[in-house]
Design a protein around this ligand. Structure first.
Ligand code: HEC
Ligand code: HEC
Length: 439
């Protein structure tokens, strides 16, 4: 366990906290705050940054984390005053949405629809920074294998750190619809304003930009609390630890999930521990095109010319014009997937059975998923034809129309039963200990 992959975001956070402390030196406090006397260790440390020890840095991170949690649940930062991060990322649903809407509503009037499904915020600590060419020693033991575009946050991998990500919903006109000035005013007026000042230093309210930057760092810090964001408390984790058994259906589902000739799900949603013993994340974080059908229920899709092409845009801009990235979305972890009511980047499906059916029948029975016009199936209807070569054709996507699907209905049910073992919060059933009652 000690050698988990270094969480990129956390290391940046530690440096960021040092940078804030350093920044504190050159500021001439125009309005000496009465609260300055309440200086806590983290703030005291900012007086002499050279002397800041690791433990002081960790104390500062702890304070940022506590205040980050409060911000995460605070709707007063939003333009409408009604939307918090937690409104879309509900802690009782693994920080995913609690309702079954394909996309959530937000903006100043709370009526503006988004264009993508809300992902869970759990297990993001394992997502590597985005790279076009990923080499992993865990991949068949050969680091020379190029696994292709991998990593980054959001469905298209366009940001690498929680702080950069948090800026997106806070400022988005269809999400929290706020501004740095409004956010700074809300934090100054919040019951946790003093805690915020203690965590980031007396001068954090000197400018709106400074306050806003600190809000983003606090949110990033909160998103890395292990117990809340990567607890590894699912039934499957208990099973891997030898503490519980899977039912026959769950076990059969796991076999089908792993079997290269059946579901082949584990090819992308990795189900085995990493070499260093890290529990499986159920994703290799690769960006892949699976040809999800167009969700015609989304308002944004009323415009037939609009296509959410994932990594090549239009939302993500740095890979614009790079055709090989069109239609690619980051493979999500399947941990806690059974808590969701909306699946895939455009939220088109609302049951796990439908998702698994899509995988195994996309190519054998495409008419079930795509519109049929004049007897012709409009396969991959959310992707312009010139990008079709990007669509994945590995098993179970390796069949032809009319062939036998890789899984039958009973097998689909078992895979779904297995996916249910990935939900956190499993209580290992009390058992009469087999050994002795002496302890
Ligand atoms: C209106 C709903 C909504 C609100 C409010 C919201 N989010 Fe999100 N969040 C989303 C959606 C939708 C995505 C996917 C965005 C994309 O792929 O472009 C997302 C993605 C994310 C991700 C990346 C997840 C991943 O799988 O890579 C993080 C982290 C995140 N949000 C954190 C936050 C934080 C922090 C806040 C509050 C400042 C917040 N969100 C507020 C809807 C919301
Ligand atoms: C070639 C890689 C690959 C394989 C194989 C694969 N998946 Fe996926 N999976 C993805 C990608 C990429 C997405 C996101 C696609 C999107 O939204 O555009 C995804 C999304 C999902 C989702 C939706 C999760 C969510 O939060 O919305 C589920 C459920 C899922 N996969 C289950 C499975 C199962 C079950 C199998 C085996 C039958 C499987 N996957 C095989 C890459 C893969």
């Amino acid at each position: 366990m000690s050698s988990m992959r270094l969480p990129v975001a956390l290391s940046s956070l530690l440096f960021a906290s040092l940078a804030i402390s350093l920044g504190g030196c050159d500021s001439h406090a125009a309005n000496p705050s009465p609260d300055a006397s309440k200086a806590a260790p983290a703030q005291a440390a900012s007086a002499s940054p050279q002397a800041q020890s690791r433990s002081q840095v960790f104390a500062a991170v702890k304070q940022m984390t506590a205040v980050g949690e409060k911000i995460f649940f605070d709707p007063s930062l939003s333009g409408s005053g009604k939307l918090a991060c937690a409104s879309c990322h509900n802690p009782y649903h693994a920080f995913g949405p609690s309702n079954g809407l394909s996309v959530q509503l937000g903006g100043s009037d709370m009526h503006r629809p988004g264009f993508r499904a809300v992902p869970s915020l759990r297990y993001l600590q394992a997502v590597p920074a985005f790279t076009e060419h990923f080499h992993d020693s865990d991949d068949e033991g050969d680091e020379s294998v190029d696994a292709g575009p991998t990593g980054g946050l959001t469905w298209d991998g366009r940001v690498d750190h929680g702080a950069d990500q948090a800026r997106i919903p806070l400022l988005s006109s269809f999400e929290m619809g706020s501004t740095p000035a409004k956010i700074a005013a809300a934090v100054k007026a919040a019951p946790y304003a003093d805690d915020f000042r203690r965590a980031f230093g007396a001068n954090v309210f000197d400018s709106d930009d400074k306050t806003f930057a600190a809000v983003l760092r606090a949110l990033e810090a909160f998103e890395q609390v292990p117990q809340k964001f990567y607890p590894y408390t699912s039934k499957f984790d208990a099973y891997l630890a030898g503490k519980t058994k899977l039912t026959d259906a769950e076990l059969h589902g796991l076999e089908l999930f792993n079997d290269e000739k059946k579901g082949n799900c584990a090819a992308c949603h990795i189900s085995q521990r990493a070499k260093d013993g890290t529990p499986p994340q159920f994703s290799d974080f690769g960006l892949i095109a699976v040809g999800v059908p167009r969700n015609r229920a989304l308002p944004v899709n009323k415009d037939p010319r609009y296509h959410d092409l994932g990594a090549c845009g239009p939302e993500r801009t740095d890979l614009k014009g790079r055709d090989e990235f069109c239609g690619l979305f980051r493979t999500p972890s399947l941990r806690n997937v059974a808590l969701r009511k909306t699946f895939f980047h455009n939220g088109i499906y609302h049951s796990l059975e439908d998702v698994v059916r899509f995988y195994v029948e996309r190519d054998t029975n495409p008419e079930k998923f795509y519109p049929v016009s004049k007897g012709v199936v409009q396969k991959f209807d959310d992707l312009p034809k010139r990008y079709w070569s990007n669509v994945n054709t590995e098993p179970p996507f390796d069949r032809k129309r009319g062939e036998q699907p890789a899984l039958d209905e009973a097998e689909i049910r078992d895979v779904v039963a297995f996916l249910g073992t990935l939900t956190d919060g499993y209580q290992v059933p009390a058992q009469t200990p087999a050994k002795s009652a002496a302890n």
